[in-house]
Design a protein around this ligand. Structure first.
Ligand code: ATP
Ligand code: MG
Length: 399
């Protein structure tokens, strides 16, 4: 364990993204963000103090906290949407000499310093009452570092940058940081329901919408009783993987095998996939009303498979009244896979399974399904009533 009390106290400084553009609503967004940060940090079991400062958020750790602890805090908040940069930092007294001492201390024993790397000091003042202007402070601290370590200054392409931010009650000093998720705080856009297959696309779609401020529930249709529970385990593992971005995730599972069987025996083979997708959406809409979600989310990408042609996507939109959000509509499969890899969902999605869709695989799927034909099938099925029954048979899995 390392404590470096000579430096001041460890803390973490957070830079907000788009929230800064929010004008009158900014207050609301910031409050939501702070409550999300507090909730995410609960699992670390540290008593932290999350404070709003002018344009930034500071997380203060308890007295005597270690560098490792502040790094753990930084790593955890790096998954909270709404932040663009996370800087593990030091909180030092608000006078030029303390800042200088901290700067020198921060450079000590660094590998870059031993190599004689070029450096720069960048200061900014959020409190203009500080006795030195930014460029004066840069030169004051930079000069001292130069004296101490003999490093060259390079303001254009420094390898090591010492950042100094003068705030209301203290000065934050840091080098480097980790990029955040960007986007908006989860919950600031409301609630939605993701149709989660266990495949590659839907977990990525869920993440993209969380990042735009939606808190999401997950709905999975399993082929039970005609398949094993494998697809449910996969969906559960995916939800667990994604939970770090929003917290309090719930997975809902609908046993869909029997409904599929009726679709197969009631209609034209080529329309079965779209008919089944419409039934999923109708069921999802019923569930959404019950949990007060105001949109559905799917992992559709235009043209990826026959059910995702423009005509077929339109036929799906007509099945429900709630909006269907499709964040991946313009993405290539390679782009979706790269994002899934980054999120850690790809390796789960690639595990073999048999979800309900594998039960229905016609030799030739219709690429231009007609709504009238679909309505015929649905009439025979009594699809509206069936959707309600399916919603009644739902099972909840809480993380
Ligand atoms: P994914 O990789 O997300 O499974 P996909 O490329 O396999 O997508 P489809 O099987 O056509 O595409 O599914 C399109 C969308 O329909 C999925 O992204 C998902 O939102 C929804 N969906 C498909 N199957 C299921 C299921 N068994 N349970 C819940 N939603 C599903
Ligand atoms: Mg799928």
């Amino acid at each position: 364990m390392t404590t470096m009390s000579a430096l001041g106290e460890p803390c973490v400084l957070l830079k907000l993204g788009e929230i800064v553009l929010k004008g009158k609503n900014r207050e609301l967004f910031e409050r939501r963000l702070i409550s999300n940060i507090r909730e995410a940090l609960q699992e670390l079991g540290l008593k932290v103090d999350v404070r709003r400062r002018h344009g930034v958020v500071a997380i203060f750790l308890p007295l005597g906290a270690t560098v490792e602890e502040s790094e753990a805090v930084a790593q955890r908040v790096a998954d909270v949407p709404g932040l663009v940069w996370i800087h593990p930092a030091w909180r030092v007294a608000k006078d030029p000499d303390s800042v200088l001492k901290a700067g020198i201390e921060l450079f000590r024993d660094r590998e870059e310093v031993k190599r004689g790397a070029a450096f720069a000091v960048r200061s900014r003042r959020r409190d203009k009452r500080f006795p030195m202007r930014s460029n004066e402070l840069d030169r004051f601290v930079g000069g001292a570092i130069n004296d101490e370590y003999g490093l060259p200054v390079d303001l254009r392409h420094p390898e090591l940058t010492l950042s100094i931010e003068v705030d209301r009650d203290e000065v934050f000093v840091f080098t480097g940081g980790i990029p955040g998720q960007g986007g908006l705080p989860v919950g600031s856009s409301g609630r939605a329901l993701v149709l989660m297959s266990g495949g590659i696309d839907s977990p990525v779609a869920a993440y993209r919408m969380m990042r735009r401020g939606l808190h999401v529930d997950f709905l999975h249709f399993s082929g039970i009783p005609f398949t094993t529970s494998e697809s449910i385990y996969k969906a559960y593992a995916l939800v667990r993987k994604l939970d770090r971005f929003q917290g309090r995730s719930r997975l809902w599972v609908v046993p869909f095998g029997k409904a599929q069987q009726s679709i197969r025996s009631s209609g034209q083979d080529r329309l079965a996939v779209i008919a089944q997708r419409r039934l999923m959406l109708k069921t999802a809409e019923e569930v959404a009303h019950r949990i007060r979600a105001s949109a559905l989310i799917t992992g559709d990408a235009l043209g990826q498979v026959s059910s995702q042609t423009l005509t077929n996507i339109t036929a799906q939109d007509h099945a429900v009244e709630l909006p269907i959000l499709r964040p991946l509509i313009g993405w290539d499969k390679t782009e979706i896979m790269a994002e899934a890899r980054r999120l850690g969902t790809l390796e789960i999605s690639e595990l073999p399974d048999e979800d309900c869709c594998s039960l229905l695989a016609p030799k030739r799927a219709e690429t231009r399904a007609k709504i009238e034909d679909l309505k015929q099938i649905e009439k025979r099925l009594d699809a509206e009533e069936l959707a309600v029954q399916l919603a009644d048979s739902i099972q909840e899995y809480t993380l």
